[in-house]
Design a binder for this molecule. Structure first.
Ligand SMILES: C[S@@+](CC[C@H](N)C(=O)[O-])C[C@H]1O[C@@H](n2cnc3c(N)ncnc32)[C@H](O)[C@@H]1O
Length: 236
């Protein structure tokens, strides 16, 4: 964590030690112990984004913004932008993740040692509405992190729409493979989406896919796949 730019490592230190954070109304809000990615998962996101030299990042599911801080760190020193979709940022999370991300992006952009400017943007839209709107606007991203609603069909919709927004050669990362719902989406992708190549990762709770190119399946293509039923014992 020490290798991260100071604004990110300081914020993550405070979040992982569950120090209450200011919400958008100025009140201190408690940080719960479960709504977050693990440090090793964040570092893997950082590595993936840096290896890709990604300048345009998208995440679905902001909450307190643990993943957001790692993704912002990956933009230093090249600069770039991170967009986060979350319709419940104000209602459920008191704007904590958004406020922290905006302050981190501003601090990184202020410091000449951090390199080119880093931008953060929050869209208060559910993914099933926000992702098509971004596609219609011609947006494209190098890395898309999916950590929103975790039911099978929601995750499948997220990854289907995300693939339409991903640049060829870009990467889509799914979080929470400990859940049978998410592992079932991964099983579908591996057996049906030849345009999405699964990449090895150090974190078995992450599913990492690279977009090879166009989806060239026939209109009636379908390969049966095995859905995951068992629960992981070492749950995230
Ligand atoms: C597990 S949390 C995300 C944690 C975050 N990635 C982190 O590491 O700190 C899931 C988030 O998804 C958001 N969410 C739920 N349904 C969503 C939807 N349909 N579209 C976008 N975000 C959604 C929730 O409000 C919540 O903030």
């Amino acid at each position: 964590m020490a290798a991260l730019p100071a604004p990110c490592s300081l914020t993550l230190g405070a979040l992982y030690s569950r120090q209450p954070q200011a919400g958008e109304d100025g009140q201190l809000q408690p940080i719960d112990a479960t709504t977050r990615i693990k440090p090793e998962e964040g570092l893997e996101l950082l590595r993936l984004a840096r290896d890709l030299q990604a300048g345009a990042l998208l995440e679905i599911g902001l909450a307190y913004g643990f993943s957001t801080q790692f993704l912002l760190a990956s933009l230093v020193p090249r600069g770039g932008r991170l967009m986060a979709l979350d319709p419940f940022q104000s209602s459920d999370w008191h704007g904590v993740g958004r406020g922290l991300a905006e302050r981190t992006a501003a601090a990184l952009s202020r410091d000449p040692a951090s390199g080119a400017p880093v931008r953060f943007q929050w869209l208060s839209e559910p993914s099933h509405r926000g992702l098509p709107a971004l596609e219609a606007a011609g947006e494209r991203f190098d890395l898309i992190f999916i950590d929103g609603y975790h039911r099978f069909d929601d995750v499948l919709i997220d990854v289907t729409l995300a693939a339409r927004l991903c640049r060829p050669g870009g990467v889509i990362v799914l979080h929470d493979l400990w859940l049978p719902s998410v592992r079932s989406v991964v099983a579908f992708l591996e057996s049906n989406r030849a345009d999405l190549e699964r990449l090895p990762t150090r974190c078995r709770n992450l599913g990492v896919f690279r977009l090879r190119g166009e989806d060239q399946r026939n209109w009636d293509h379908f390969v049966p796949f095995a859905s995951a039923s068992e629960i992981w014992l070492d749950q995230a």
